[in-house]
Write a protein that binds this ligand. Sequence first.
Ligand code: RAM
Length: 538
Amino acid sequence: MKWWLFALSAGLAVAGFGVELSFDGVDRQINERKPGWLSKAEALRPTLYRETLKPVGTVKVVEDAQSFQRLKIGETGNDTATADFILDFGRHLTGYFRFKLKAGSNPLDFPLRLRFVFGETLAEVVGNPDEKPTGLSRAWFQDEVVNIDFIPGEVALPRRYAFRYVRCVVPEFNRAKQKFSFDGFSAEAVTSANPINLAEGRFGNEEERRLDTIALNTLRDCMQTMFEDGPKRDRRLWLGDLRLQALANYETYRNFNLVKRCLYLLAGLSDQDNMVRTDCYDQPSPHRGDCAILDYTALYASTLLEYLEASGDRATAEDLWPIALKQLQITLRDVDENGLFKKSPMWCFIDWDSKLDRQAPEQGVLLYGLKRTIELADKLGRRDQVAAVEPLVQKMVTAARESLWDAERKLFVSGPDRQVSMASQIWMVLSGAVTGQDAKDCLLNAAKVPDVRKPFTPYLRNYWIEALDVAGLRDTARKELLEYWGGMAKRGADTFWEGFVPEDDFFSPYGNHLINSYCHAWSCAPCYFLRRWAAPAR
Ligand code: RAM
């Protein structure tokens, strides 16, 4: 037995949960490999595919009570000789924008001031972000002012945007109208998703095909030099989003190297305690973010396991195994001696719901992470290294059943107020703490509780669909998927959104819907589920 493993087993045997386990040997291995991991991530930096797009025309936006956010496209045309017009590129894209200017009949004798607003939705191009405060930076709203000294010429805006619409405002139009005109606009869309690799899908009907297409576009526009959460905001790699993107990617664009790169980035940027931080940036050079989400950390091993299963790349899984094992130690820190999670100093996310009690869902996700780490160990022939933690699975299941299961109502409750949420049932079912009829019951019973806390984001909805499927309720899962993502499609989504609450078009976790991301990685579930369900059993 290796000495660090001995320390781990001894620590557990003596103290069980609630104690810092000794992982010295693992830490040493990680520290030795870490610089190499970052170099490997760098070597995997993808070249981006580029496509030039022209606007399909201009649009006028009109108010309409029945439409998403009470706005719809009215008249369409081609008129760019006005003080204020909106270009429509006909599809969502992540990329760059440029335009040409022609001289007019009179010389330009002052700088031409132009304002551009880029929108994934109509609301962004006609709305005023300053009307409602947001908890995030106002600068996420994609607008720019440019002052042009000389014409004719071509101007390329320096930043990357995520958009379908571009509003162009010429504040001094009357002063300038004899002196210039626009002479063409174009966008360069960028992605690391190669359409040639796109696997053909089989769908039950046109509605399913449509949802798949919107999900593919979402994934494509989030696939950049790493998997970004949203190309408008935060433009960051987040571990929780990565897992769902990776799963969808295996069914579609099959860019295994991009997943590998992200796994290496997170590992190479892990902190001084060797915790993979929840988020990281790629520009100007890779560096980590400052978030530490407990439930995301619990999913690192699962993401690595799924990468191994999809790609067959055992060398990478072997290389990253120590950091996956290390995350297990970190996530078990907040589980008490009875196998119960109570609270953590880390950020417990689960969903953007400030009123959600997180005890039961975290119990579920930590148990899930524990089991997936054991599975990974098994695949790598390292079962001996997790032998000491295996009894904890049963302990956590028992703790969940004893402390969180409401036998009368046949569902899980969470926290001192015994809150009923779909999140609790979802993660308990996914963790296997309940199976068979109990799993079906808790999901369906909770959904009927009048004040049940429902998911706010497609992230948790994704796991709701998966939990139904795992519980043997595939027809319900399919129906729910078509209803929820179909709800976004009916409201005109070109790509799926960060947040969607069917009863509230203006839902935003940040207080202002204009800051929301409307092309968001964790929303690409339809292309994952629909394709898997259509495929012969694997
Ligand atoms: C949001 C990001 C991301 C998510 C985190 C928790 O700010 O958009 O998608 O993973 O929050």
